[in-house]
Design a protein around this ligand. Structure first.
Ligand code: CMC
Length: 438
């Protein structure tokens, strides 16, 4: 018998089955043969929220959550953050190798070529209320790109796919900046293609009447590092949404909009905005112990803490802490940092957090930097979505070119009624539940 295998006995039938183990996993479909009789559908695996189910094989990002390791295509995140630009890392994430000087130059030119938005996007944006959440505007506008590029539906053509990938990476900062300026009532600023990716984004955000926007180099570099840290994170909620929607062969703009919608939730990318609200609510260092006590008693969560995969310090949070110091040298120290540091200190010494292995995640410190740079908290998740677009697109490509992948369609364990007699209207009784639970 092969060593890399699993033997199970079905106690209902006393039958024994052996299934192969490959790369530490068994195939759920190998269990379908386990039946009590010819009429039986076969055994399924039940895994709500995918706690222990791999939905794909991937060579993009590696995480060792117990040791706090994150690598893109084999390169440690710390090394990439120190030595690369975001577009260099985007190339790596998408194509698997770091670009040569010439490849990078071409890549930057190609992305820069796609920074402009169709002029009617302005009108579309103007339709949003002045207080619309920038993340909702971003999601809707990314979906609307599908109306400008109908050829994107041809997802089988690699060249066509690549064109849409470049467009999305080029246009995300432009859409993000537009949603930001819309919420402030400022006129939209056009891209300046002489500038680097982060500088151009800053230009579209903050240029007012000056003829040429000049970014503070330390802030542009900090933003670029933050983009690198957020570029991909394997099969998280939004990547899973991208793969799932993309598996129906929806076009990449619609799939990216779906992924961005998944990112917006407070348990995922929306947590960075929630962290700032939480620090505001705590108000001062002295109030931290009382706040932690409240969380331990089950009232809310420490936002920016905990992770499905990391049971150790999130390596991105470490880099962000270090980047924050550089930003504060320019902007002055954000007073919320002291509350955050105290919160981290108290939580990391507390049994509740130690036992559950809850550490600060990427969202814990990023908002403090963003705020120091002048962003409103509502923009924080939008800042996450710009670089994560690269990861979503890499995951999308990998899914489409994987011969094992099909339309994503989970099974369910049905818990409803057996077939019932139809009840005519006059014989129906009101439901004994409140309207809220319907
Ligand atoms: N504060 C207090 N308790 C927590 C927290 C937290 N932030 N996170 C988890 N727990 C507790 C949870 O109540 C549970 O306790 P018990 O065993 O007594 O029921 C235990 O820890 C395990 O938590 P879980 O909910 O089973 O963990 P999960 O893997 O399903 O959830 C998470 C992961 C990130 C959704 C969760 O930790 C959380 O809600 N954190 C706060 C939101 C946040 O910061 N999200 C950003 C995640 S990182 C960036 C990203 O993905 O975008």
């Amino acid at each position: 018998m092969a060593q890399d295998s699993l033997t199970v006995t079905d106690n209902r039938t006393n039958q024994t089955y052996t299934v192969p183990i490959t790369k530490g996993a068994v195939r759920a479909m190998d269990f379908r043969q386990i039946k009590t009789g010819p009429e039986d559908f076969g055994l399924m695996t039940y895994d709500p929220a995918f706690l222990n189910t791999a939905s794909c094989q991937s060579s993009i990002t590696f995480i060792d959550g117990d040791r706090g390791i994150l690598r893109y295509r084999g390169y440690p995140i710390e090394v990439l953050a120190e030595h690369c630009t975001f577009l260099e890392v985007a190339y790596l994430v998408l194509f698997g190798e770091l670009p040569t000087e010439k490849e990078l130059k071409n890549w930057v030119t190609e992305i820069t070529y796609h920074t402009m938005l169709h002029e009617t996007t302005k009108k579309f944006m103007e339709g949003f209320r002045h207080d619309a959440h920038p993340m909702a505007m971003l999601v809707s506008t990314v979906a609307a790109l599908s109306t400008f590029y109908p050829e994107a539906r041809d997802i089988q053509d690699p060249n066509n796919r690549l064109l849409q990938i470049k467009r999305l990476i080029g246009k995300m900062p432009s859409i993000a900046a537009m949603s930001y300026r819309h919420s402030l009532g400022f006129p939209y600023a056009y891209p300046d293609n002489d500038l680097s990716y982060p500088e151009n984004f800053m230009n579209m955000l903050w240029r007012m009447v000056e003829p040429k926007y000049v970014a503070t180099p330390a802030l542009a570099r900090a933003l670029d590092i933050l983009f690198i840290l957020h570029a991909d994170h394997e099969q998280n909620c939004s990547a899973n949404a991208m793969r799932s929607v993309g598996s129906s062969h929806a076009d990449p703009y619609l799939a990216t909009a779906a992924a961005a919608a998944a990112l917006s939730g407070p348990l995922h990318g929306g947590a960075n905005e929630e962290v700032l609200k939480m620090l505001d609510e705590i108000g001062s260092q002295d109030n931290v112990p009382a706040y932690v006590k409240k969380v331990k008693e089950g009232h809310g969560k420490l936002m920016g803490f905990g992770h499905r995969i990391y049971k150790n310090y999130d390596p991105r949070a470490k880099i962000i802490k270090w980047t924050a110091e550089r930003v504060f040298q320019v902007t002055g120290r954000n007073a919320k940092l002291d509350i955050a540091l105290e919160l981290e200190r108290i939580a990391l010494e507390d049994d509740y957090f130690i036992k559950r292995k809850l550490y600060p995640n990427v969202d814990f410190y990023s908002g403090i930097i963003y705020q120091a740079m002048g962003f409103k908290p509502e923009m924080f998740t939008v800042l996450f979505a710009i670089p994560r677009t690269v990861g979503w697109l890499a995951q999308w490509q990998e899914m489409l070119t994987d011969p094992e992948q099909k339309i994503a369609r989970p099974r369910q364990v049905y818990t409803g009624h057996e077939v019932r007699e139809f009840v005519p209207m006059e014989k129906r009784t009101p439901m004994a539940v409140s309207a809220n639970s319907r």
